[in-house]
Design a protein around this ligand. Structure first.
Ligand code: WT7
Length: 658
């Protein structure tokens, strides 16, 4: 496995400020003091089976209770709640309607051009049943994978829940990915159908989703895909292929409003979601039914603790895990009101978020550090124009948040009256793993604080030994948890090697390696320091350097490419590509732009290199491995430090410095 210890995990940030937990709340909270948190931590540690078993029985509805809590006889392949039968859409809908919450608003949808839809739990259940029946009528059966490539419209959540209802795992592909990236995912997952829209509104433009689906499927390139279900959203003209295309509005509304939920085994797949790693193509992260449902449910309850009449808003896109766990499954499983927003802040509407908060009186707001840094840059005068007094809790996710941005979020958006929860987790973990609890944890700006109850997180060195306070190391999870990914779709070996065999077993047990560096301070607070592998995080979007390199190399003029991340004030990191050209090709501005376009075509606009530097050769070790550490220093204009004795040709550095 290619891995170079990164200098990044050695950085030590000095931060002494501490903020007490919230007192701005009234109501009934699941964890309301540090003592209570500590008791949960202790009981989870002393008897994990009882802790998780009790939680699963209490928080989820079971058609048939499980026989065993955890089967860890074949690590790292966990089986949670085996023998149990449940259905995630039942947990998110039916049980609330049966409990008298039918008229409560489940989803408030704020459409990009300004329209609003409010959907009650009862209405959502009806729409989900209709859609589930429509999928059945299209020939979708339990176990068939259904891909979603959609804008942020309620139909996206409805489609996810409809898939869950009939036991068809979904695979949501973010609408910003290109047709090529979509095709790879459809083929890897062997998708039977695609649910999409004619188009989506994005930053004052329309993105042609259906056209991208057509391009992905052209010439039978995805032979498993038999049908395409299309939501009419932008009224864009599309090509319609009657043998496989179906309009949502022509098939869904006429269906029966009843659809019995399929009784799913705990370990049946709920969804596959593709994410980038340090090697190879994106991997399909597999999540299962009960374990994921429980973890999304519990973490949402512990952290956000939405009270009876509160409104909660997470600004993510459903194409990412944050949208899965904290727009759809976590909030709905808890019977909360969740806001879904189709827009994004943009120069033509920099106050977009604050307007939505004011309009819907949002109480709990969850967004990404990159957004906060962008707002910070344009100054407090914009948020100051809005009434944000409904807010009581602010969350962040996706990348490390720098203390300045944390303080700004607290002071300017939270008016010093809201707790900040900096939540660390990953696609693979299903839900949040390390986070403050608003009523229990004293926070420090920039720290994700402590692991949630039941999560055995640690910071270790490459021998698996716990490092001392304030020493950098690898962030690991030492025990299985219900929301953990089950495998990489179609590649169990990769699952084992990437996550569980990266580090040596500790006391004979496999440990989960997250890919992040971290340190713990003298008070035990966790400080996440970012990826230590070849993954870069651009505006909270996770990209593998290898994927971008492969995209560049697939261009006719490119011989070799090496991609690194460079610190960026707003995006966290930006992409810098070092490129060597095939003979007979000369560097030029035109070629540079052409290469950027090529990457957009191969992966999507999120992977566009900020900078491309042409060079005659790349710095390599004698065994031919590209020395990214050197490129990282060069990209950020730093002097190259550390050992360069393994560098094959020292002249390369001089050339690159120029
Ligand atoms: C990677 C996972 C979890 C949903 C969004 C991203 C980084 C995530 C934090 C945080 C520092 C964070 C890590 C992680 N990350 N949250 N609070 N502080 N870093 O999911 O695309 O799977 O990316 O995002 O590097 O490994 P993802």
């Amino acid at each position: 496995m290619s891995f170079e210890p990164s200098a990044r995990i050695e950085t030590v940030l000095q931060e002494e400020r501490v903020f007490k937990p919230s007192s701005n709340v009234l109501g009934k909270y699941s964890i309301s003091s540090f003592d209570q948190y500590q008791q949960l931590v202790d009981s989870a540690k002393s008897n994990p089976e009882k802790f998780w078993g009790d939680a699963a029985l209490k928080e989820l509805h079971w058609f048939k209770p499980f026989d065993i809590v955890l089967d860890w006889s074949n690590p790292p392949f966990a089986r949670w709640f085996d023998g149990g039968k449940t259905n995630v859409s039942y947990n998110c809908l039916d049980r609330h309607v049966l409990n008298g919450l039918g008229d409560k608003i489940a989803i408030i949808w704020e459409g990009e051009p300004g329209e609003v839809r409010r959907i009650t739990y009862k209405e959502l259940l009806i729409e989900v049943c209709r859609t589930a029946n429509a999928l059945k009528s299209m020939g979708i059966k339990k176990g068939d994978l259904v891909a979603l490539y959609m804008p942020m419209v309620p139909e996206a959540a409805i489609a996810m829940l409809a898939c869950a209802r009939i036991g068809a795992p979904h695979s949501v592909v973010f609408g910003g990915f290109s047709s090529e990236a979509l095709r790879d995912r459809l083929n890897d997952g062997q998708a039977k159908a695609v649910i999409t829209a004619d188009g989506g509104f994005r930053k004052d433009k329309i993105i042609s989703l259906k056209e991208a689906v057509d391009a992905a499927l052209i010439n039978n390139s995805c032979p498993t895909v038999k049908s395409v279900l299309i939501v009419k959203r932008t009224k864009t003209n599309i090509d319609f292929f009657p043998e496989r295309d179906i309009w949502w509005h022509e098939i869904v509304p006429s269906q029966s409003i009843e659809c019995l939920p399929e009784q799913m085994d705990s370990e049946d797949r709920l969804f596959v979601l593709y994410t980038s790693g340090s090697t190879g193509k994106p991997k399909g992260v597999v999540h299962s039914t009960s374990g994921y449902n429980l973890w999304a449910h519990l973490t949402f309850k512990w952290i956000f603790d939405v009270q009876k009449d509160e409104i909660y808003w997470c600004t993510a896109d459903v194409g990412w895990i944050t949208g899965h766990s904290y727009i759809v499954y976590g909030p709905l499983s808890n019977g909360a009101t969740t806001v879904m927003y189709e827009g994004v802040p943009r120069p033509s509407n920099p106050g977009a978020f604050w307007e939505v908060i004011q309009k819907h009186k949002i109480n709990i707001f969850y967004t990404a550090p990159t957004a906060i840094r962008a707002f910070m840059k344009s100054g407090r005068k914009i948020p100051d124009q809005y009434d944000l007094s409904s807010l009581r809790l602010l969350g962040t996710v996706g990348e490390p948040i720098n203390p300045e941005a944390w303080m700004w979020y607290r002071e300017i958006i939270g008016r010093n009256n809201c707790s900040i929860v900096d939540t660390w987790w990953q696609t693979e973990t299903g839900g949040v793993m390390i986070s403050p609890l608003p009523l229990a944890t004293s926070t420090k700006p920039g720290s994700a604080t402590f692991p949630l109850p039941g999560i055995q997180a640690d910071v270790v060195n490459s021998q698996g030994e716990t490092v001392q306070a304030d020493q950098g190391g690898y962030l690991v999870i030492k025990k299985p948890w219900p929301g953990m990914m089950r495998t990489v779709h179609g590649d169990p070996k990769r699952f084992r090697e990437t996550y569980w065999e990266y580090l040596e077993p500790i006391e004979g047990d496999l440990v989960y390696f997250a890919g992040d560096g971290a340190r713990r301070d003298k008070d035990g607070y966790f400080w996440i320091m970012g990826r230590v592998d070849d993954v870069i995080n651009v505006s909270g979007h996770r990209l593998g350097t290898m994927e971008i390199e492969s995209a560049l190399v697939s261009h006719d003029s490119v011989a070799e490419a090496a991609v690194v991340g460079k610190a960026d004030e707003i995006k966290g990191e930006s992409i810098v590509a070092f490129v060597t050209l095939e003979t007979d090709n000369a560097p030029s501005e035109v070629l540079m732009n052409d290469l950027k376009k090529h990457v957009i075509k191969e992966i999507g606009v999120i992977a566009k290199p900020e900078e491309i530097r042409f060079t005659n050769s790349l710095p390599k070790t004698r065994s031919g491995k590209i020395m990214r550490r050197l490129l990282r220093s060069l990209a950020s204009g730093e002097e190259v430090k550390g050992d360069i004795s393994t560098l094959e040709d020292k002249n390369v550095l001089d050339e690159l410095r120029k």
